[in-house]
Design a binder for this molecule. Structure first.
Ligand code: CMX
Ligand code: CO
Length: 150
């Protein structure tokens, strides 16, 4: 079950300058940053609020580390802006299988590593009314599901 907006992914040319914009304009601070080589991005997660399912909602600022990455290609075509929306779920495997059964293209056979130890997959934007849609199970939700939390 999808229970929150986990994040909104925003593509930018210069991560540091964009982080500074969100800090000075709104007062949002960087909660976490990392490079995800597989996805070809350098990213900063700005936590906006906690959510009623025990998770949180973030802005995910994304700077490509390679021109041929998904975000690099998108930026070259569209310029900066909202790149994708991500819904949070306690069980990305079940939800992506359920959505795939509706005939919507799920881009990965198995969820892949996302921010902060999460597991992620994507739905094709052409099957989602033009919105690239990500499904996320946070590391905390994964460890609860697998019975490995501390
Ligand atoms: N939102 C909406 N539409 C998009 C899109 C996006 N973010 N990215 C591409 N499209 C559209 C294009 O405009 C294009 O439409 P037209 O044919 O009408 O022009 C079509 O989809 C194909 O686009 P493309 O430029 O040829 O790009 P690709 O097919 O090579 O890749 C996609 C598109 C969705 C498969 C690829 O971006 C992808 O695999 N995305 C998932 C991974 C990702 O985005 N990673 C970065 C974020 C990581 C994270 O969130 O942690
Ligand atoms: Co994302």
């Amino acid at each position: 079950m999808l229970t929150r907006i986990d994040h909104i992914g925003i593509a930018c040319f210069d991560l540091d300058r964009t982080v500074e914009f969100y800090r000075t304009t709104y007062g949002f601070e960087v909660f976490h940053s990392e490079v995800n080589e597989e996805q070809g991005v350098r990213e900063a997660m700005l936590k906006i609020n906690e959510t009623s399912d025990g998770g949180a909602s973030y802005l995910q600022l994304l700077e490509p580390v390679r021109e041929d990455s998904a975000v690099g290609k998108w930026l070259a075509k569209n310029g900066e802006g909202v790149h994708h929306i991500a819904f949070g779920t306690a069980d990305v495997d079940t939800d992506s299988a359920r959505i795939k059964d509706k005939g919507i293209r799920v881009l990965y056979d198995e969820p892949r590593p996302g921010s902060m130890g999460s597991r992620i997959t994507f739905l094709h934007p052409k099957d989602c009314h033009g919105v690239l849609t990500e499904l996320v199970t946070s590391a905390a939700a994964s460890s609860v599901a697998q019975g490995t939390e501390d």
